[in-house]
Design a protein around this ligand. Structure first.
Ligand SMILES: [Zn+2]
Length: 161
């Protein structure tokens, strides 16, 4: 039934049906279905495109991950080589450190002053190095004289501390 003033698909089809008959109605329905299907196909194509882009992204990310992995592997190898090269140095250092602990390599200067005298000495090879009855300290005294022989040994680099 045609309702005047109201345009619905049913009304339109009824109008067409009246003018072109049942086969015409089927054809129109077929056309509408085709349009709907083609719309769906368009959406599906867009989805496929999107999937393709996602695939590209995944491939790019995988390439990036592989590159980073290669870099890390290379770094590990390099670090291992560097470490290997540094081991002898480190062992030498440890060796020297143990000597330092034994007091063989570096000895912090000790200052000595014979009791009743003014001059402070710090070279063990000074002819006046006090070996008995002396005051001692580990830093350079601010008061009192400094031994001239120790000073000259220091200048010549022959002072043994
Ligand atoms: Zn001296």
């Amino acid at each position: 039934m045609i309702m005047p003033g109201v345009v619905t698909l049913e009304n339109v089809l009824q109008i067409i049906g009246v003018s072109i008959g049942p086969i015409g109605v089927i054809l129109v329905l077929l056309i509408i279905w085709c349009i709907k299907v083609s719309g769906k196909v368009g959406e599906l194509n867009k989805d496929i495109e999107r999937l393709g882009r996602v695939e590209d992204d995944i491939r790019r990310n995988r390439e990036l991950i592989n590159k980073v992995k290669e870099d890390v592997d290379r770094r590990v190898v390099l670090d291992a080589r560097t470490f290997q090269a540094e081991v002898p140095q480190a062992l030498t250092f440890v060796d020297e450190l143990s000597k330092v602990e034994e007091g063989e390599v570096i000895r912090v200067a000790e200052y000595r002053k014979k009791r009743g005298r003014d001059a402070w000495h710090w070279c063990r090879n000074c002819s006046n190095w006090p070996t008995s009855d002396f005051d001692t300290r580990s830093s350079r005294p601010s008061s009192g004289e400094l031994c001239n022989e120790c000073k000259s040994k220091d200048k010549l680099g022959t002072c043994r501390t």
